[in-house]
Design a protein. Structure first.
Length: 328
């Protein structure tokens, strides 16, 4: 039997379609893998930011919209500066909006917290019960004072006491969370407090509080809030701090010229009454720059803290403050 030569291979319509299908599938797989890589590259980086609900910190509410998709801003709320400082030290948060007082206290104890930017000046008022007989600082002797320990207002109030020859021992300080001060005043458990905005203005507008004074006529001046982070965060993730301060700067620049927008943000996000927030913002100076003036004010402020016994030694200001990110 003769050998039958093999027939030449011919591409049928079916086999051609199968090859095209397989080739198309491979192309889709390649494109899909590229798409996955692109999606992974676009995954936003996490930025954990601590904040108190107060008008001096309202720029925090614009961070996400300014940073866009590159970062996911996770806001966490704190009732006291000490709690926020502990969260920074434990790396529970990356950055915190709070008073400069706690930064100085922590650094004086060797805790590696740093100031990376300013946040605001002013924003403080000494409020007394509307029905109390308190008319001047001398009248607060023996009264119940709502005190946020470690806050900027604590130092400002003690400076006002010093001016009239008194100390914290001449009154009855009661430790109360920042957010609970107005309710304590309204309920009568305290006679006065030194608080922030808009809580201070709200007590006046609601009729149970009265402004005694704004405590700015002391060597402490109008210094108030700053941006805190951990020394290790600055060293290990400078891009995040740079991105944060850039966004904070943009937020401050925008809101300083549009206080109505600042009030609307506080109302929408924090439930503050709109009219009260807008009025209270007249007692707030939003800031971001760390310049020679800030350094001088902070140096004077820490010297007063030492005099008041809040810190045993004045920390090295050049270790406490990182000026690289918030230059004018």
């Amino acid at each position: 039997m003769k050998d039958v030569p093999p027939r030449p291979h011919r591409l049928t319509a079916l086999s051609l379609s199968r090859r095209r299908l397989l080739a198309g599938g491979a192309a889709i797989a390649v494109a899909g893998s590229k798409g996955i890589g692109a999606a992974a590259a676009q995954t936003p980086k996490l930025m954990r930011v601590g904040v108190h609900k107060g008008l001096v910190f309202v720029p925090a509410l614009l961070l996400q919209s300014i940073l866009g998709q590159a970062w996911k801003v996770e806001l966490s709320y704190f009732g006291s500066p000490a709690d926020m400082a502990n969260a920074i030290v434990s790396h529970s948060i990356d950055i915190g909006y709070t008073g400069v007082t706690i930064a100085a206290i922590a650094r004086s104890k060797g805790v590696p917290i740093v100031l990376a930017a300013s946040s605001a000046g002013k924003g403080t008022a000494i409020i007394v019960g509307a029905k109390t007989s308190i008319q001047k600082m001398e009248d607060v002797r023996g009264k119940n004072f709502g005190r946020v320990v470690g806050g900027i207002q604590d130092v400002q109030f003690r400076e006002e006491l010093r001016k009239v020859g008194m100390t914290i021992k001449d009154i009855n300080p009661i430790a109360i969370a920042f957010a609970d001060l107005p309710a304590a005043l309204q309920g009568g458990s305290i006679d006065l407090f030194c608080g922030g905005e808009p809580a201070s203005t709200k007590t006046i507008e609601d009729g149970y509080g009265r402004l005694l004074k704004h405590p700015y006529d002391t060597p402490v001046g109008t210094i108030n809030a700053g941006i805190l982070t951990h020394e290790a965060t600055v060293q290990g993730n400078p891009d995040m701090i740079k991105a944060f301060v850039g966004a904070h700067r943009e937020a401050v620049t925008r809101l300083r010229g549009h206080l109505d927008e600042a009030a609307e943000l506080a109302t929408k996000n924090w439930g503050f009454p709109l009219a009260i927030s807008r009025k209270a913002l007249d007692n707030v100076d939003l800031r971001w720059v760390i310049d020679d003036g800030f350094m001088s004010d902070l140096g004077n402020y820490m010297a007063r803290m030492k005099d008041l016994g809040l810190i045993a030694t004045v920390p090295d200001i050049n270790k406490l403050v990182v000026r690289d990110f918030a230059k004018a």
